[in-house]
Design a protein around this ligand. Structure first.
Ligand SMILES: [Cu+2]
Length: 197
């Protein structure tokens, strides 16, 4: 099966799962990629400055992840990025509060896993206690969810979509928990590394 066909069938199964009668048929990739049915009010006011922010609480940072922020990677992106091309670096021991938003009728989710897990079809349980939306394998659509966890172990992790086969198709961002980092930072693609404010 070609990659294109695989992705088409993935989208088709996702659409069937979402039971959206208004969804376009699979196979019309170019148009399907416009991601119909977005509930735009869910993320209309989200900008790059919201992706990573310091909380008022000590050693606490807020991350906002918007699935299908753009049509990039067939909508399987967070904040417009996929395949680990956006990198969050957080000092070890910090609290991370995640707001997950999926304005799309196609289900997506967010769960923290070890980076290598993104090569699998299923993400399984969150690596850190509390580090994911409920039932990430089922996914959520047209809604928003929050979760928080303590990043109490250094390592290379991913903020991955737990809907089956999405992460392996690139639906994940990098999350490095670092003993040497002093402040939380975010690098979006080839842009400069930016400290959380
Ligand atoms: Cu996804």
């Amino acid at each position: 099966m070609t990659r294109r066909l695989l992705l088409s069938s993935l989208l088709a199964s996702s659409l069937a799962f979402a039971q959206q009668p208004a969804a376009p048929p699979a196979g019309h990739d170019a148009h399907a990629l416009e991601v119909p049915g977005l509930k735009k009010e869910l993320f209309a006011d989200i900008t790059e400055a919201d992706f990573l922010k310091l909380s008022d609480k000590p050693k606490t940072v807020k991350i906002t992840l918007v699935a299908t922020f753009t049509a990039a990677n067939y909508g399987m992106n967070f904040n417009g990025y996929s395949h680990g091309k956006a990198i969050f670096t957080i000092p070890t021991g910090w609290n991370i509060e995640v707001t997950f938003i999926n304005p799309s009728p196609i289900p997506h989710s967010a769960v923290v896993v070890e980076k290598d897990t993104t090569k699998k079809l299923q993400m399984g349980e969150p690596y850190f206690e509390g580090g994911g939306v409920p039932k990430p394998e089922v996914g959520l659509s047209l809604t928003k969810a929050e979760f928080k966890f303590v990043a109490d172990e250094a390592g290379e992790f991913a903020l991955a979509c737990g809907f089956p086969a999405h992460a392996i198709n690139g639906h994940w961002l990098a999350l490095n928990i670092s003993d040497s980092a002093k402040v939380p930072t975010l690098q979006l693609g080839d842009k400069p590394v930016v400290e959380a404010k």
